[in-house]
Design a protein around this ligand. Structure first.
Ligand code: FAD
Ligand code: NAP
Length: 338
């Protein structure tokens, strides 16, 4: 099947940071079969990068290989007793899928409303928000193996999901192009309001018995209030992961910093709020050249107007260094750097 290779394409509108870099080659995929053609033409023997919505990417230089932009569309639902299996093509917009499910009364995606990006990227970093992670509702995905030239099926356990991670982001990074994802949802609602911000906002709205639509609306409202809108302020959401440390290290930190924000995780581990650590290093709201730290959430780095990817990257290095000096905790970047 025909593939159209465009040259010298500006990536500015293809990344939510709004960084101006050029891709030497750019291919839009609208049908999975085109991946076989690209394989036969030897495209995957060269440098390539799979691109969804560009909302978790920072370009720091021109991309000299092939950008493979995934734009495969379609959503299908299959009912099996009380379970609903939703299969969505990789180019579908995540938030559209969330609202498709809410409108059909399928439960499970509502806490992840308004996360930017595509369905195909959703397993890559096991997206999560407000007490839910993708791994809780992921059933399987189909992915094209760019080494072998075949389509493979990955079930939940094959993906080795963990906090903002999977094999697609770590051990097999870049190898597989996800073409569709199947989610296993429920027809019976199981409302999750464990996050303080959700219960507070429900209370403000006098909602005592929330529906999944209420949850999605409340989550969306909190996000609009707290996060910069990429269409006006370039950003890629949280730039860093929340660090997970041992109980021993946490106890030492707690003695030195009694107000430290923490959450208990399985296996005696403690999650720290990276935003709080960065704030304590007085980075919140600061600007260095064209790069900045968002005024309402220090985890989010922003493009003031015309930042280069390197300016943002250098700012992130300064923050990592300061947090390490003060807390002896090494922040990891969540955003993919190219
Ligand atoms: P891209 O940025 O295009 O790609 C991200 C990575 O996935 C890249 O390595 C890319 O190569 C790979 N990839 C993309 N598509 C495919 C595919 N089809 N097959 C294989 N690999 C692929 N994330 C959260 O987890 N929770 C949040 O609450 C959240 N909030 C955000 C808020 C804002 C304002 C922004 C800007 C970002 C936020 N993010 C959040 C980050 C981002 O939205 C998610 O990581 C999202 O899943 C990225 O999707 P994308 O299509 O834009 O991926
Ligand atoms: P927040 O409410 O200010 O909380 C700060 C951090 O504390 C969060 O990152 C969250 O960790 C953790 N936390 C808060 N309440 C918790 C609870 N009850 N149990 C466990 N952990 C808790 O966070 P925020 O920045 O406004 O973000 C709200 C949600 O949206 C979070 O889930 C966050 O992950 C998600 N979000 C993600 C991105 C991204 O790009 N990855 C961007 C914006 C928002 P977790 O992050 O582990 O949940």
């Amino acid at each position: 099947m025909h593939i159209n290779i465009q040259s010298a394409i500006s990536l500015k509108k293809y990344n939510t940071f709004g960084i101006e870099e050029i891709a030497t080659n750019f291919i839009e995929i609208t049908d999975p079969i085109q991946l076989l053609s690209a394989f036969e033409e030897g495209i995957f023997e060269k440098d390539f990068l799979t691109l969804g919505g560009g909302s978790n990417i920072l370009f720091t230089k021109p991309y000299q290989g092939y950008i493979i932009k995934i734009n495969i569309r379609g959503i299908q639902a299959t009912t099996l007793k009380q379970d609903i299996f939703i299969t969505a093509s990789a180019g579908e917009i995540w938030n559209d899928l969330v609202w498709y499910c809410i409108n059909n009364n399928y439960n499970g995606l509502e806490n992840m409303a308004l996360i930017p990006g595509t369905v195909g990227a959703s397993p890559v970093q096991n997206i999560g928000a407000y007490g839910t992670e993708l791994m809780n509702i992921f059933y399987s995905c189909v992915a094209f193996d760019t080494l072998e030239g075949v389509f493979r099926i990955f079930h939940n356990e094959d993906c080795k999901f963990s906090y903002r991670d999977s094999i697609f982001k770590s051990e097999q990074k870049g190898r597989y192009i996800i073409t569709e994802v199947t989610y296993k949802l429920d027809t019976l609602p199981s409302i999750n309001t464990t996050y303080g911000a959700i219960s507070k906002e429900l209370e403000n709205r006098n909602i005592t018995n929330p529906t999944i639509r209420d949850i999605a609306e409340v989550v969306s409202a909190i996000r609009v209030e707290k996060l910069p809108d990429p269409s006006t302020v370039g950003n890629a959401g949280s730039f860093f992961k929340n660090p997970i440390i041992s109980l021993e290290q946490y106890n030492r930190l707690k003695e030195l910093f009694p107000n430290i924000i923490s959450f208990t995780m399985p296996n005696n581990q403690i999650k720290l709020a990276a935003g709080w650590l960065i704030e304590q290093c007085e980075w919140k709201g600061k600007v260095v050249g064209q790069a900045g730290v968002w005024k309402n959430q220090a985890l989010v780095l922003i493009n003031i107007h015309s930042a280069t990817g390197n300016e943002i990257f250098e700012l992130s290095s300064k923050i990592i260094n300061d947090v390490y000096q003060k807390f002896n905790v090494k922040l990891e970047r969540e955003v993919n750097i190219f």
